[in-house]
Design a protein around this ligand. Structure first.
Ligand code: PYC
Length: 325
């Protein structure tokens, strides 16, 4: 058992299609205010005063660059099962679908939810998560849309790269590999080259002032390859803001992809789109509603709880809050 006098964090780990989610369920009593105010205010408090919770969970030696954290806190709306604030190796995330799937199976593991639908509060609004009796989870994501089509960038040695800008809970630049001559193949053997390519695209977006709506930074790059026969309609590689690639098919990225397909008339309401990750793990996505140029995506996937721990934060440990990056 943890000793309340000893600083600690209590965590539960899971992965969703290979992408980790580290849920923080308890912290020292000296941390105050994470149960008051709006979730956006609490996210700000975490960022300004208690960022060490993020760094202790995400950075080495306990974490690694691909780790995503999710701090559970009481919701403002009592109809929600929990509030959650997501973070990664460089800061705090708007939305995170693989993380919501991870949080849902963690709540089930804790006995806090039964099979059925549950509302979860985030700093950018509520999402609906349904835990099914086969263990899978369906997340009804925030309304998504394509903002710009066929934007061309000059990407140094990679030449001209054309893609779409879309919102799926985060901002994405979506590149169809067949339209980008120099783009590496979307296969696991090319992860290093895809990381280099996508980082160069990310830099070009900044240098060439290509943004999402209202000047918002496009902080995710998504490259789409061919279908994997019998598995998916397309395989993708997603580069996240901290330069780690998403091991899952990226739920917000799949939502952005669905928005583009829907806008092009290549996907109908209710039609299933199977999106594979670079590791060939699959999310099923569909559009369930359309209104005012935006569509509501639903994403289904599986997550597995794979560990529980108490992290000690002892003063004599120079890396108790993680190795600074
Ligand atoms: O599944 O939405 C997602 C996601 C965002 C960043 C990592 N995963």
């Amino acid at each position: 058992m943890s000793n309340p006098e000893q600083p600690f964090l209590r965590i539960i780990d899971s992965h969703t299609g290979g992408e980790p989610t580290r849920v923080v369920t308890a912290w020292p009593e000296s941390v105050r205010g994470l149960d008051e105010g709006s979730l956006m205010e609490r996210r700000k408090l975490l960022e300004e005063k208690y960022d060490w919770i993020r760094s202790a969970c995400i950075h080495e030696p306990r974490g690694h660059e691909a780790m995503v954290g999710a701090l559970l806190c009481p919701p403002v709306n009592p109809e929600c099962v929990t509030g959650v604030i997501f973070f990664n190796n460089v800061g705090y995330l708007n939305g995170c679908v693989h993380g919501t799937i991870g949080v849902t199976v963690t709540l089930a593991h804790l006995g806090r939810i039964a099979v059925g639908k549950h509302r979860i509060e985030t700093p950018v609004g509520e999402v609906l998560a349904e835990w099914h009796d086969d263990g899978s989870v369906t997340v009804t994501n925030v309304p998504s849309y394509r903002y710009r089509r066929g934007v061309s960038l000059n990407v140094g040695k990679w030449g001209k790269v054309t893609g779409d800008v879309a919102w799926g809970g985060n901002w994405f630049f979506l590149v169809d590999r067949s339209q980008a001559e120099q783009c590496p193949e979307v296969v696991p053997e090319c992860i290093a080259a895809l990381t280099e390519f996508s980082s160069a695209v990310s830099t070009a977006l900044k240098e060439q002032s290509v943004t999402g709506a209202e000047g918002m930074e496009i902080d995710h790059v998504e490259v789409f390859g061919d279908p994997t026969p019998g598995i998916s309609d397309s395989r993708s590689f997603v580069l996240c803001p901290g330069k780690a690639y998403d091991r899952s098919p990226c739920g917000t990225g799949t939502s952005a992809k669905l928005a583009c397909l829907f806008a092009d008339g290549k996907l109908q309401l209710g039609q299933v789109w199977k999106q594979a990750s670079i590791l060939n793990t699959v999310f099923e996505g569909r559009v369930i509603a359309e209104s005012d140029g935006q569509m509501t995506p639903q994403i289904s996937g599986h997550a597995h709880v794979n560990g529980e721990a108490i992290f000690f934060l002892r003063e004599e440990d120079p890396f108790r809050y993680g190795i600074p990056t």
